[in-house]
Design a protein around this ligand. Sequence first.
Ligand SMILES: C[S@@+](CC[C@H](N)C(=O)[O-])C[C@H]1O[C@@H](n2cnc3c(N)ncnc32)[C@H](O)[C@@H]1O
Length: 269
Amino acid sequence: MSSFSPDWLKLREPYDVRSRNSKVFEAVATFLRPRSSVRIADLACGTGSNFRTLSPHLPAMQSWKLIDKDIGLLKRATATPLSKHIALTAMPLDLHRDLEAALDGPIDLVTTSALLDLVSGTWLDRLARALAARSAPFYAALSYDGRTGFARPDPFDAAIAAGVNAHQRMDKGFGPSLGPAAAAFIIARFKALGYSVVHGVSDWVMGPDDRDIQTEILAGWASAAHHTAALSVADATAWLSRRHAEVAAGHSSLYVGHVDFFAIPSATR
Ligand SMILES: C[S@@+](CC[C@H](N)C(=O)[O-])C[C@H]1O[C@@H](n2cnc3c(N)ncnc32)[C@H](O)[C@@H]1O
């Protein structure tokens, strides 16, 4: 599964939902609750997971701009069943090229999930400045922060983790990614621009019963490790065989570190 395939996004969605940081989530909901209606832009929406998670907790009248460069994913996002008070507009845009077009028009919240670790420091700085120019609040969920761990260690885990984090820093279409450092970088930029920021961890925690998602995560990590030459193909394959055997036997538990944050401008429109 590719990291943006509909099957992968479907598999991860329930883990994303249960992992979200409740303090940050509640800060977003509390901020928007007094409004009679809300206008929201979801950057890199995929199949609409962020919209499905947030929408039930917001004022009933909602207008969403769902933005992604993948038209197939956008089509799935807009197929989500809707209440009659919710309007969705699909915007097929490349956010590297067309960020400002995505932010055009009146907006009460800009949000994203599982995007920031894919982008460059230059783009994050551009995003923070564009949002500050519009006095727009920003909620970012599920940015990978570089922490991983297993309940039962393996001698190759450290090399795999180094390979995963090196792969995270490669160019995903926005210039060299900040990967695990992305969330801390943009939080610091928002603070420098006068925002206050609520943040907290939103780690994936997978237990022995979470076999399908662990199988996929581990395959992706082995592939990243040999792609970045952190391990030989033989060693990465051997590690993956041992890890998959543990999953099949119901002995595997792991966590993957993520961060959520909500950045609120000093003056909101
Ligand atoms: C890891 S997925 C997250 C999707 C969704 N936000 C979620 O939480 O399930 C990353 C998303 O970024 C989108 N993406 C990647 N590069 C993009 C770009 N340059 N412009 C717009 N979307 C992009 C992908 O198509 C994909 O939907």
